[in-house]
Ligand binder design. Structure first.
Ligand code: ACO
Length: 158
C-alpha cells in the first residue's frame, strides 16, 4: 500500500473511487481544478496501481468583507473502497492533508460537511481526529438530508 500525494494521472482513479462510495459526485473539471490549484492538499492510497482511497481538499481564503474570518482548509471529499476499510487509511489521508494545510498555507482550521446519518465518517472525524460540530446545516444535501458542519483547529500543527 502506497499513501502519497495525488497527481493529475490519479484523477480518473479518484473519481472512480468516489463514484463507488458516495452519492456526491463531481465533474472531471472539478477534480482537475483542485489538483491544479492546491496540488499539495489531496492524497491517495494506491494498491498495486489502483486508487483505493483518496482525500480531496482545498483552501478557503478569508472573506474580504469579514476581518474576523480566518484562512482555512476544507475537505471536499474522502472515501476508501469497501474492502480496504478499517485499516486506518482514511485517518492517514486526513492527517497528511491537515499537515499540509497548516504547514504550507498556514490554515487556522479545517472544515468539512458530513451527512448526519454517516456514522462511520462522523466517528472518524470526531473520535479519531478530534473534530467538533460547528453547526447543523438544514437540508444541505440534494435529497434534503441535514449536514453537520465540522471543524478542527490546526493551531497545534502550524
Ligand atoms: N463504524 C464506526 N467507526 C468507524 C467506522 C465504522 N464503520 N469506520 C471508521 N470508523 C472510525 C473508527 O474510530 C476508526 O478507528 P478504529 O478502526 O481504530 O476503530 C477510525 O474511524 C479510523 O478509521 P479508518 O480505518 O481510518 O477509516 P476508513 O479507511 O475505513 O475510512 C470512511 C472511513 C472514509 C468514512 C469510509 O468508511 C468510507 O469511504 N465511507 C464511504 C464514503 C464516505 O462516507 N465518506 C465521507 C463522506 S463526508 C466527506 O467526504 C467530507
Amino acid at each position: 500500500m502506497n499513501i502519497r500525494l495525488a497527481k493529475v494521472e490519479d484523477l480518473m482513479g479518484m473519481q472512480a473511487c468516489n463514484l463507488q462510495n458516495l452519492p456526491e459526485n463531481y465533474t472531471m473539471k472539478f477534480w482537475m481544478y483542485h489538483a491544479m490549484t492546491w496540488p499539495q492538499l489531496s492524497f491517495v492510497a494506491e494498491d498495486r496501481g489502483r486508487i483505493v482511497g483518496y482525500v480531496l481538499a482545498k483552501i478557503e481564503d478569508p472573506a474580504e468583507d469579514d476581518k474576523e474570518s480566518e484562512i482555512h482548509g476544507h475537505v471536499n471529499s474522502i472515501s476508501v473502497l469497501r474492502s480496504y476499510r478499517r485499516l486506518g487509511l482514511a485517518r492517514k489521508l486526513m492527517l497528511l492533508s491537515q499537515e499540509a494545510m497548516a504547514s504550507i498555507y498556514k490554515a487556522e482550521y479545517v472544515s468539512l460537511h458530513v451527512r448526519q446519518s454517516n456514522k462511520a465518517a462522523i466517528a472518524l472525524y470526531r473520535d479519531t481526529l478530534g473534530f467538533e460540530v460547528a453547526k447543523v446545516e438544514k437540508k444541505y444535501y440534494g435529497d434534503g438530508e441535514d449536514a453537520l458542519s465540522m471543524r478542527l483547529s490546526l493551531k497545534e500543527l502550524s
